[in-house]
Design a protein. Structure first.
Length: 74
């Protein structure tokens, strides 16, 4: 059987725990929309990311449905 390890002193416990502090997320402001978002993530409401258009699933069907609905009303 193995022996128990050495007792962890209070000072070493505090030194170890000093790395557990929460850090504030680094936010970036989008140039096009002005919305704040995490770096390397798409801003909410953005249509493109780094010059590449964003594909949103079902976006085309939603637009067609809105156009169809607006034509019926008008």
């Amino acid at each position: 059987m193995s022996l128990p390890g050495h007792r962890r002193t209070s000072s070493s416990k505090r030194r170890r725990a000093s790395h557990f502090a929460l850090k504030a997320p680094s936010l970036v402001v989008d140039k096009a929309t002005g919305a704040a978002h995490l770096s390397h993530h798409v801003a909410p409401g953005a249509t493109e990311y780094r010059g590449v258009p964003i594909h949103i699933k079902g976006q085309q069907q939603k637009l067609e449905k809105l156009l169809k609905k607006s034509k019926k009303q008008g």
